[in-house]
Design a protein. Sequence first.
Length: 436
Amino acid sequence: MVPRYARPQMTALWEPEAKYRIWFEIEAHATQKLADLGVVPPSAAKALWDWWATNPAIDVAAIDAIEAVTKHDVIAFLDWVAREVGEEARFMHQGMTSSDVLDTTLSVQLARASDILLADLDALLAAIKTRAEEHKYTPTIGRSHGIHAEPVTFGLKLAEAYAEFTRCRARLVAARAEIATCAISGAVGTFANVDPAVEAYVAEQLGLEIEPVSTQVIPRDRHAMYFATLGVIASSIERLAVEIRHLQRTEVLEAEEYFSPGQKGSSAMPHKRNPILTENLTGLARVVRAAVTPALENVALWHERDISHSSVERYIGPDATITLDFALARLTGVVEKLLVYPARMEKNMNRMGGLIHSQRVLLALTQAGLTRDESYRLVQRNAMKVWESDGALSLLDLLKADADVAAALTPEQLEEKFDLAYHFKHVDTIFARVFG
């Protein structure tokens, strides 16, 4: 985790003290249920909760010192709690194994991280919707292969992003549900030394579902799906970021990141206004996606368990969620403050002499009785003259002067095919599909 790209709420979720507090809750809830079942005395659970009620600080340094000797993090934690609570603490962890604590804690952390990320997505969606409605009918050129194609609106570009992030949100909801499982099943997952009722109770208290069968660990296909979902969200972030980066190029300059008073774009060139935020988002998306392959490789553990996944998850759990949280918030800010230049969009759209209307002429010629191949050839031979003139010539003028075209279409019919509004007649339909 790099502090530069981290926000406090998500970062706090992964701090050692936060982790140890979840560990304690798992152990205390399990002890409570064991007491209800008559396996341990009620005084054991009471002692734990009474101590907890004093809101003690977790002495991370003391636990680390014990772990330096035991070389086992869960044992170090249990030893420290025992020192703090006293004799009754000996009933903690009855029938449980370390993975019961570690895996259930990771489920809690990833579920809580999901809630933060879902709120982030909601904020981003709201920002995109606002700007999409603002520019619903702002004409701009659509590009394929980076080349002018046909007119769209800037609102449609943003509506597309809204629909994509809506899908991202739905995937994250599903991934949260899949990851939020609890395993308190003991060594190799057979419940030999801990009643399944304990697992059910702990799961209920922590807002989790029970893991139907948990070997000695929660199956890592769940985690693989979770981090894959984060990777897809990161890719969607990058997609919108790259669009903005292209639109900010000097030759295009149809939109750009907000440039604040006093901001400097280059140490050498005072004129520069660079798309630094969206470039940063491209980089951050790579970091989040970097967690996907290790998460997939974690699925194939040996037999009932090994710990090859553990070191990986200590990295990717915090790094992927913290980075994605920051990236979503940054993209929301970019969208909210994005500078949009309709006049430049219009200028760019018109700079190639009306080539963007070529398809309408092609279709009109076919409807006038020409073959498609002949129609294509007639339009293309005029379009290439405009292309090679860098837009100095007018496609409409050339078509009117082309005898073969004029034999099929009147000047008035040709002029009608260059009507920009024609391309936007279904904008309302698309917006209704996207926004409801």
